[in-house]
Design a protein around this ligand. Sequence first.
Ligand code: AP5
Length: 213
Amino acid sequence: MNLILLGPPGAGKGTQAKRLAGMGLPQISTGDILRAAIREGTELGKKAKPLMEAGQLVPDDLVVGIVEHRLRAPDCSRGFVLDGFPRTIPQADALSVALASSGRKIDRVISLEVPDQEIVDRMAGRRSCPSDGSVFHVLQSPPKKEGVCDVCGTPLIQRSDDEPQTVQKRLTAYGQQTAPLKEYYEKEGILYRVNGLASTDQVFADILKLIGP
Ligand code: AP5
């Protein structure tokens, strides 16, 4: 099963992708890959940092190259879940070409539907593990010990792009550049909408229903 999780910032893509990864579908998160590049101080990280901090998208050619490379890894041969990619129509076109070259295609695109006001609240309460990418929320899904990752014990951080002003810019970028992908995949007959306001367990159950046994 080759899946895309689509949705605005904070819709729960990372939360659900991690649960799917636990079932053996590797998670490919361009946001996590870019944040790792920033931490490591690579050329990619240096180019991405100011754009991400400003709530803008990183240029297509940079992210497409990353994803094409990742999709060639052996663990993706039996399926994968894309989290945060594609985010523009050129990215979606490039993905389709890359997959076709190895006889693959996207099977389902799951759109997590969440209104803007809920997004702002979620971002304010999100805490992330800089080491393993685990995601928590101070009210909805707090870590067992305050401020510390349940999985690896690393102190949790608040992402620099989760400030309300930057969240607003990310929502604008989503509306202008990413939301048109819903129509793109609807035309292909592979778009499925899920109520992202439901509990994380319910959202996961709804996704499982859509991807089958
Ligand atoms: P990226 O890291 O992909 O951020 P995003 O898409 O904005 O999404 P988020 O990670 O903020 O949210 P999410 O949907 O994963 O929600 P989460 O599960 O964490 O990208 C960051 C930046 O990198 C971009 O702005 C851009 O600059 C760049 N970039 C990345 N990919 C790119 C690309 N392809 N092209 C160009 N640039 C790119 O959940 C959020 C919070 O809500 C958490 O606290 C969680 O606990 C809580 N929560 C989750 N589900 C629920 C629920 N059902 N109910 C209640 N709370 C919930």
